[in-house]
Design a binder for this molecule. Structure first.
Ligand code: HEM
Length: 315
């Protein structure tokens, strides 16, 4: 970059967390992003056939306890459950021997930023205009025009209404990761969790008529009725597939293999529950799964740490 101009990735975690705070305000003691959420718990059973690609203890075939958190994107603790924004599913797998594996996913197949700079610029553009209390449409327009890497996720969110329940959505790992087998051979992969309850979306009429809060209640009711399951699908990358760009999907014809099933058996409001004080940093990984060189994946870790440190300190 020319002198005095920041290179695309010269963005600090503190800058991004400050921009989230300016865009959404601060709820003391709470997450700076994905503030509204619900805890859940259950187990994951991996398929031993996945050992062909990963030696992770996830795929031993034994039951692995899971602490989960579902959420709405953004720092608004009162975000309406009809908002056409991403929904999150964060999983902490508690492996035998004490190891941890995190998967922190969204219900969009791609992300809205190829670099941390794009995410920062979006948060800056979303800061409410003091005159209206709302983001300035001109600033959003200018952001979109100057950040084409935001387009794919924005188009997906535009074209797909949100789900009526957290239980009726797929969740995508979005980034590429490396699976590492027993011999140290690596395979580029992506993954998604597909609901056995089926994918559903609110109709436009329901979008207009639904109350602001229904996701938490429906998840609690659904898990009280019986086990709630997602299949974990592994998508195998081919040579040349991008592993460093979360805004670009891989071709649809890549092999998809079922590698396990997540079962959730309970859900509770987040206050005081097990998921509340977890930092679902996606770089918390156990042996057998490794991060790609995706700059957004790498940046998430310090950003989550900055938010986590503040909220643990009561800020
Ligand atoms: C530049 C990119 C990103 C930044 C700066 C960012 C920032 C953050 C921050 C600060 C938090 C709150 C952390 C905490 O206090 O515990 C958060 C939560 C979350 N993020 Fe991101 N994020 C980014 C990209 C992504 C991507 C690509 C995904 C999905 C693939 C994602 C999914 C989530 C989810 C699901 C949560 C809620 C986790 C929980 O329930 O605790 N984020 N993000």
């Amino acid at each position: 970059a020319p002198a005095g101009v920041a290179a695309p990735d010269e963005v600090s975690a503190e800058q991004v967390v400050s921009a989230l705070e300016a865009a959404f305000g601060v709820t003391p003691g709470e997450r700076r992003n994905h503030t509204k959420g619900t805890c859940a718990a259950g187990e994951f059973v991996g398929l031993p056939a996945a050992a062909a690609w990963s030696r992770s203890a996830l795929f031993s075939g034994e039951s692995v306890p899971v602490v989960a958190r579902f959420s709405l994107a953004g720092g608004n603790p009162k975000a309406p459950d009809t908002a056409k924004s991403p929904r999150g599913m964060a999983l902490e797998f508690r492996l035998p021997g004490g190891g941890l594996q995190h998967m922190t996913m969204l219900n969009t197949p791609v992300f809205g930023a190829a670099h941390p700079r794009t995410f920062l610029d979006l948060m800056v553009a979303m800061k409410p205009d003091p005159a209206t209390g709302k983001p300035d449409p001109e600033k959003i327009k200018a952001f979109k025009a100057s950040h084409p890497d935001n387009l794919a996720q924005a188009q997906f969110l535009d074209a797909h209404n949100p789900p009526p329940s957290y239980a009726n959505s797929s969740y995508f790992g979005i980034h590429a990761f490396w699976f590492v087998d027993r011999d140290g051979q690596t395979t580029p992969v992506r993954w998604r969790f597909v609901p056995q309850d089926g994918e559903q979306r609110l109709g436009n009429d329901e979008l207009a008529s639904s109350p602001p809060d229904f996701l938490e209640r429906r998840l609690i009711e659904r898990t009280a009725q019986g086990p709630l399951r997602w299949d974990m699908l592994l998508i195998l990358g081919a040579p040349g597939d991008p592993t460093d760009d979360p805004t670009r999907a891989w071709p649809e014809d890549r092999p998809q293999v079922k590698v396990g099933t997540l079962t959730l058996t309970s859900a509770t409001p987040q206050k005081g529950a097990a998921c509340e004080k977890i930092n679902f940093d996606p770089l918390v990984m156990a042996d057998g799964i490794a991060p790609s060189d995706d700059p957004v994946l790498r940046f998430r870790s310090p950003a989550y740490a900055a938010s986590f440190a503040k909220r643990l300190g009561g800020q």
